[in-house]
Design a protein around this ligand. Structure first.
Ligand code: DGY
Length: 323
């Protein structure tokens, strides 16, 4: 029997590509770069399954085409706001993602950003690398204590809860959260987490605000100038969710004007472009979308795609179907 044709839009970890090659007729370009719209359309017309990543924009202009052969879009990643689910449905495409396997690594990275911003780790590193460090002194580069402070989580899904666990049990932090779907009381109690009646209440009460909501139209610029102004002047904003959740120009202005103390960003609205106004700021830690970037996690994400594809081609419903 002929194997299904599967196209990866980027290179994946070697063990995953190997597993895929054994099961499918795998097509992968060696030049590992984001596919443009025409290339994505071509992939949809050529393959039975297309496996995109966050760097591929599968909007209606790409999906609403004739001659689509693909029946499934198996995304490498948990976030899928780069895929227009309505347009995919119109084409009869099943869409899957990779939840669960990247929870811990992304929470670890959010904690990394939180600690780096509070303790001015990026600035300190730059001081040494630019030969400007003249030695220890009692007032040098004083940061903010993390232990015992209040963490505000915007969204309370898997990654937010994993961060709550680290913050509460590891750093003695009080945890606030805001979500339209609060979990049961015992889940909150185990994480030392208290729901807020509104996002505004959370922003006003937290020393660290960490974003864990999906990206897309519903949350675009959720954190804007007005909401940044509600945060304490001593507070920090952490974003490991999606860049478009934050109005980056408003954030740059708030950081430059000292309206909040600092920020840590792993995601950007126009990735890989990062606005110059952000890059110019010292009270900001910038990372290149590393949330799930560990060997173990990226292999697990790929293997989860394999599992989803196997279920789909066996005629079943893939475990991670989102559309
Ligand atoms: C995810 O899984 O959503 C990561 O941000 C990479 O896409």
């Amino acid at each position: 029997m002929k194997k299904p044709v599967v196209i990866l839009t980027r290179r994946w970890p070697a063990p995953v590509e190997e597993a895929m090659r054994a099961l499918f007729d795998l097509r992968v370009d060696l030049d590992d770069r984001p596919r443009n719209r025409d290339e994505l359309r071509e992939a949809l017309r050529t393959a039975d399954a297309v496996c995109p990543t966050v760097t591929d924009r599968l909007d209606a202009s790409v999906l609403d085409i004739d001659g689509v052969r693909a029946r499934v879009l198996a995304n490498f990643g948990v976030g899928f706001n780069h895929i227009d689910l309505d347009a995919a449905r119109r084409r009869g495409l099943t869409v899957t993602n990779t939840p669960g396997v990247l929870t811990d690594c992304t929470a670890d990275l959010a904690m990394t950003l939180l600690l780096m911003t509070a303790r001015r780790a990026g600035e300190g590193e730059r001081l040494i690398r630019t030969e400007r460090w003249s030695g220890w002194c009692p007032t040098q580069m004083l940061g903010t204590r993390v232990t015992g402070k209040t963490l505000g989580l915007v969204g309370f899904g898997r990654i937010a809860r994993a961060l709550a666990r680290r913050a509460h049990h590891g750093f003695g932090m009080r945890v606030l959260f805001s979500t339209p779907h609060p979990p049961a009381d015992d889940v909150c109690a185990a994480l030392g987490a208290t729901p807020c009646a509104s996002l505004e209440e959370l922003l006003a009460g937290a020393d660290f605000v960490s974003l864990h909501c999906p990206g897309g139209a519903a949350t675009r610029h959720l954190i804007d100038a007005r909401r940044l102004a509600l945060m304490k002047p001593s507070a920090f904003l952490i974003n490991t969710a999606r860049g478009d959740v934050v109005d980056e120009q408003a954030l740059a202005a708030a950081l430059a004007g000292g309206r909040i103390a600092g920020a840590g960003l792993d995601v950007f609205e126009g990735e890989p472009e990062v606005p110059a106004a952000l890059k110019a700021l010292d009270n900001l830690v910038l990372l290149p979308h590393l949330g799930s970037a560990t060997v173990e996690t990226r292999v697990a994400m790929g293997m989860r795609v394999v599992e989803n594809l196997q279920a789909f081609f066996a005629g079943g419903t893939p475990r991670d179907r989102v559309g």
